[in-house]
Design a protein around this ligand. Structure first.
Ligand code: GDG
Length: 724
């Protein structure tokens, strides 16, 4: 049976040296709990770094055995790997970039090489355990290259990726010299998840701009499959926090702690040591509060827990020094014999004590400058057994998108934070309860278990969608069948769209003229079958490009036709009334003036607004504006507005390729029909084809056609095979 493999940089345990021996300490983190039911069942396994370097082969063997019993497998990293891959590229390049701290980014080629090397190490460790149809769920920014590395060896595996930290704007991603490799690495996955919609939007935009892959409504179209990108806001183990807060143990700690702080109001802050968490800014705001509101001195204090982290990285060392200094300054300025403004702890606490801190604090001040999600704020809400308390939450944390009942602040707006704390201190209990209980409802529903379930269900959904598409793939079997039935036919006809089908897209439509290979294919086919080029192009262009070829041509989606037997001119296939054009053209011209790179193409029966050469993003924006403008006008003129590949076209609704193809086939008895096209205009052709026709859509989009084919190259190969 196929199994599930969880992969993350760190295993959900810590390996510690103690008196020459190793000890494992399990991690009680949210992710480890949420995934517990997954990796502990059946043959499933969690692969990752145990968090310490082990050089002795005997010790390694021992660790492998012990971890095996815990359903884990280690990836051993050398001291150099840790310095260059983990502290280096992961934490000095990617972490600051992804949190918008570009001033801390380093661009070190050696670190990059180590990143590639260690991702490869992970890949090898996984390959030792994985079977071709397993599901592999990769976590976080340390392993961005891994999905593609795995895909190359296990093309049919189910690979998913979730990023726990933010994904920044393209403007930041483009600064990284290895951006393309990183994005291509992630795109090896079938499902890519982020905490918020903004993260996913940024990712899709970066992929489009940097790798050139196109995407629509959360689906990226890769070469031979679709990739789903979606947002999955991670939850916490709600019941665990709610239960712990009520437990005897925690309540006795609460009593003991509160005795020591008397009846002061308490503000809790808990973070890993990190510049993204906005710790100094928070101390400044608290300092300002005490300065502005003298009456609060002696009555409110802040409990500040900073969990040691990455203290070997220079920027973290400096941050620690800055925090020490600021806490020293505020405490020395305001403390009295029975009151200190900031109770500062640079260490972590056991779970029961953490729970007590949440439970006894009147306010949680969670003000990161950037945070993928932030679980501390959710844990605070879950620990409020009597539903009082106020959560002050930064707009820059992913959690703020869900927790709209928190008091939301911009962490850079010091006065805003000061005012928020003041308001929180004076907030009426009824309002506190209304806010906390509404947040509790939502956190209960979307807890970590629900998150895991939704993510895993989505993986299945993507695989089903992919399967639907690949079942329609023109594979060798289908190819042989088409060839065989073509060769047996006495009266075959081929309807071939031009742009995107016989030739690729280029920035200037006039540069897409047929090359020597294509001309030879068309010539070869025309000697053994009836060939119909069916295109949206204007008749003059088609006429020039295929001059001398023994083929039929349908131009402008069916307005004009040129039959090979009537050697002469083009015939009008549809009556054309173009009195509407002047009005529409003037509107389109206005959008050309506002959009550098856009231009209008005039066809006999339609006007086309092209934006392929417009700055990406701007083109889309203007197209949407023009679309709604034209839709409004179209009603008056009885016209149809259609969105194509980087174009917006407005035309008469009764003219389409389907109608033209039907007219052309009338009276003939074809015993083989092939229709190939790549966009919505070709769907009209596919729709009217008889049941026994072979209809093929280029690219992996949903279609009425019977088959999908990967690319123009493949179309040419198919046609070439028919001539052989
Ligand atoms: C990354 C992303 C995203 C803290 N102090 C103690 C303690 N903790 C626990 C908290 C909480 C966890 O650490 C911190 O989680 P956060 O989510 O707040 O932050 P990161 O570590 O930066 O996590 C973040 C997360 O991944 C998940 O996707 O939310 O945005 O940066 O669970 O409870 N636990 C104990 N004692 C402590 O003193 N026992």
């Amino acid at each position: 049976m196929a199994k599930t493999i969880i992969v993350s940089n760190r295993l959900p345990i810590s390996l510690r040296h103690r008196n020459g021996r190793f000890e494992f300490k399990p991690s009680a983190g949210g992710l480890a709990t949420g995934l517990g039911s997954i990796y502990k069942s059946g043959e499933n396994i969690w692969i990752g770094w145990p968090g310490n370097t082990v050089d002795d082969p005997e010790q390694r063997a021992e660790i492998i055995l012990e971890l095996h019993d815990l359903k884990m497998a280690p990836v051993f990293l050398s001291k150099e790997d840790v310095e260059q891959f983990y502290e280096g590229f992961s934490n000095e390049t990617l972490w600051p970039a992804f949190h918008y701290f570009t001033q801390y980014m380093t661009y070190n080629a050696e670190h990059w090489e180590a990143y590639v090397r260690v991702n490869q190490k992970f890949c090898e460790a996984i390959l030792k355990k994985a079977d071709p149809d397993d599901t592999i769920w990769v976590h976080d920014y340390q392993l961005l290259l891994l999905p593609q590395m795995l895909r190359e060896v296990l093309p049919n595996a189910t690979i998913a990726f979730f990023q726990h930290i933010p994904f920044p704007s393209y403007e930041i991603i483009r600064m990284i010299p290895w951006r393309k490799q990183l994005l291509e690495g992630v795109c090896g996955a079938d499902l890519i998840g982020f905490h918020t919609y903004d993260d996913m939007r940024h990712f899709m935009s970066a992929v489009g701009r940097i790798t050139g892959l196109s995407s629509e409504s959360g689906y990226i179209q890769a070469d031979n499959r679709i990739i789903n990108v979606d947002s999955f806001p991670m939850g916490i183990d709600y019941d665990k926090f709610a239960k712990q807060a009520k437990s005897k143990k925690t309540q006795s700690i609460v009593r003991e702690f509160t005795k020591q702080v008397a009846d002061q109001k308490l503000i809790i802050t808990i973070d890993r040591l990190d510049y993204s968490k906005g710790i100094p800014q928070r101390i400044h705001a608290f300092n300002q509060l005490l300065k502005e509101h003298k009456e609060l001195r002696g009555k409110v204090s802040m409990i500040m827990i900073v969990v040691p982290s990455r203290d070997k990285v220079q920027s973290y060392k400096e941050l620690k020094e800055e925090i020490d200094l600021l806490v020293g300054r505020i405490n020395s300025e305001y403390s009295t014999l029975n009151w200190v403004p900031v109770h500062y702890f640079y260490r972590s606490f056991p779970f029961e004590e953490l729970s007590a801190f949440y439970n006894m604090s009147d306010i949680a001040l969670v003000t990161p400058l950037r945070d993928g999600m932030n679980l501390v704020c959710k844990e605070y809400v879950a620990s409020r057994t009597d539903q009082t308390g106020v959560l002050i939450l930064s707009e820059m944390a992913g959690a703020s998108k869900e927790l709209q009942d928190a008091v939301l602040v911009n962490p850079n707006d010091q006065q805003g934070v000061v005012d928020a704390i003041y308001n929180a201190l004076t907030m009426k209990p009824a309002e506190q309860k209304a806010r906390i209980s509404s947040m509790q409802e939502s956190l209960k529903k979307y807890d970590i278990f629900q998150w895991v379930k939704v993510f895993l269900d989505r993986i299945e959904h993507v695989k089903e969608k992919q399967a639907e598409l690949t079942s329609k793939d023109v594979d060798t079997k289908v190819l042989n069948e088409i060839e065989k039935s073509f060769k047996a036919a006495k009266n075959p006809v081929l309807f071939l769209d031009y742009d995107g089908t016989l030739t690729g897209f280029v920035a200037n439509p006039n540069d897409a003229k047929p090359d020597a290979e294509l001309k030879a294919i068309i010539k070869g086919l025309s000697q053994i079958a009836q060939v119909v080029i069916i295109s949206g192009r204007d008749k003059d262009t088609l006429g020039t490009w295929f001059k001398g070829q023994q083929i039929d041509m349908i131009a402008e989606h069916g307005v004009w036709v040129k039959r090979k037997e009537n050697k002469g001119d083009w015939e009008l296939y549809a009556e054309v009334d173009d009195s509407w054009k002047d009005d529409i053209r003037s509107v389109m011209e206005y959008y050309v003036l506002r959009t550098p790179g856009a231009f209008i193409e005039e066809k006999h029966h339609s006007l086309v607004w092209h934006y392929r050469k417009v700055e990406s993003g701007l083109g889309d924006l203007r197209m949407r504006e023009l679309f709604s403008h034209l839709k409004y006008m179209a009603r008056g003129h009885n016209l149809q507005v259609l969105e194509g590949n980087m174009v917006l076209e407005i035309k008469r609704p009764d003219i389409n390729k389907g109608r033209a193809a039907t007219a052309l086939m009338k009276g003939s008895d074809y015993d083989f029909i092939l229709a190939v096209g790549d966009d919505w205009t070709d769907e009209d052709t596919f729709k009217v084809m008889p049941k026994n026709a072979y209809t093929i859509r280029v690219g992996y989009a949903y279609t009425q056609a019977n088959y999908n084919i990967k690319s123009v190259r493949q179309v040419r190969n198919l046609l070439g095979k028919l001539i052989d």
